[in-house]
Design a protein around this ligand. Structure first.
Ligand SMILES: NC(=O)c1ccc[n+]([C@@H]2O[C@H](COP(=O)([O-])OP(=O)(O)OC[C@H]3O[C@@H](n4cnc5c(N)ncnc54)[C@H](O)[C@@H]3O)[C@@H](O)[C@H]2O)c1
Length: 316
């Protein structure tokens, strides 16, 4: 493929920074646009001397244009339950105004466009596993709605720019992804368990731990997203790992991999916590020839050093 000039909103975040790495290693030039609301400079520090990489500190709710680009990956948005509950209004703004600005840029330059949507669009689903044809079961005014509805709106805006303006859009519905560079305090299951395990604290399981999640290792996720970007399908396409684990099984896997002697403690289930979430990835398999390769324990082992270091830095 010819080298392109690619813009990544949210490029200093967890997934955005891994995406930048992947695009750079494929020979493209990358402009990351990020206001560092939930992202960190340290995620892209290793790219400081890379001439094909630049980071622009900018809030994408304000219009932006850093010159002609061939592709826009729109990843900016608080993503973890902790972040989007603290930054509820900012989440709605970036999902609406930020999405419009990213779409406008793609329209202006005739660039391709991919949005990182989410399994949260399915809400607390009544269908298992979730296929892309399922419309979801979302509480529009509950505590998670700032994120769920912002993403559903982003999908609607993306579909409309394809329909009305012929922008070459793609929608990826990302399911829980984990790996190095996740924020240690973001309240998501794996960083939480890792932090508690490394500190010798009890691992907190909400409810009876029988609610299930699927976890995709970050390199698998990025591979699926990039394949979708270069495909001609508008999506939505689920990109996630269909192997389902109960939260309790996940806690036990973290204890095993870290060798921690921590115990498991049960707490009441928060409001609107989905009981089960698992992608049906038939579409991704058929369309992109993609499926995840890395199992949970291997992915946890590959993340171990990062989390160990991140927990040590918290203490110091
Ligand atoms: N990590 C997951 O498991 C997961 C699952 C589903 C969907 N997603 C989606 O993937 C994308 C990236 O998620 P992540 O886990 O890397 O989260 P993250 O918080 O690490 O990254 C998001 C980035 O967007 C930036 N940002 C937020 N608002 C901005 C604004 N107004 N202007 C410029 N930059 C802004 C943040 O500073 C951060 O660097 C998000 O859109 C999220 O909804 C992630």
């Amino acid at each position: 493929m010819k080298p392109m000039r690619v813009l990544v909103t949210g490029g200093a975040g967890f997934l955005g920074s891994h995406l930048c790495d992947s695009l750079l290693s494929d020979g493209h030039s990358v402009i990351a646009v990020d206001n560092l609301l939930t992202g960190r400079m340290s995620n892209v520090d290793h790219l400081r001397n890379e001439p094909r990489f630049e980071l622009r500190q900018h809030d994408i709710c304000e219009p932006f244009d850093f010159g002609k680009v061939d592709y826009v990956f729109h990843f900016a948005s608080p993503a973890s339950p902790v972040d989007y509950s603290i930054h509820g209004i900012a989440t709605l703004r970036v999902g609406s105004l930020g999405t419009f600005n990213a779409l406008e840029l793609a329209k202006k330059y005739g660039a391709g466009y991919l949005i990182s949507s989410t399994s949260e669009c399915y809400g607390d689903p009544l269908e298992h596993p979730q296929k892309e044809t399922y419309w979801g079961h979302v509480n529009p005014i509950g505590p998670r709605s700032v994120y769920d509805e912002a993403k559903r709106f982003s999908e609607a805006a993306t579909a409309a720019y394809r329909r009305y303006h012929k922008v070459e859009t793609r929608i990826a519905r990302i399911f829980n992804t984990y790996g190095p560079r996740m924020q240690i305090n973001d309240g998501r299951v794996i960083p939480n368990f890792m932090k508690q395990a490394f500190r010798g604290e009890d691992l907190t399981v909400y409810g009876d731990g029988s609610q299930t999640r699927s976890f995709c290792y970050v390199s698998d996720e990025i591979d699926g997203l990039v394949r979708l970007a270069w495909s001609s399908d508008p999506g939505p396409v689920n990109i996630g790992n269909p192997n389902e684990f109960t939260i309790l099984e996940c806690a036990r896997a973290v204890l095993e991999v870290t060798g921690s002697k921590s115990k498991i403690r049960y707490e009441p289930l928060p409001q609107d916590d989905p009981k089960q979430r698992r992608p049906d990835i038939t579409k991704a398999k058929q369309l992109l020839g993609w499926e995840p390769k890395i199992g949970l324990k291997d992915g946890l082992k590959m993340s171990l050093e990062y989390f160990r270091q991140a927990v040590a830095e918290l203490k110091s």
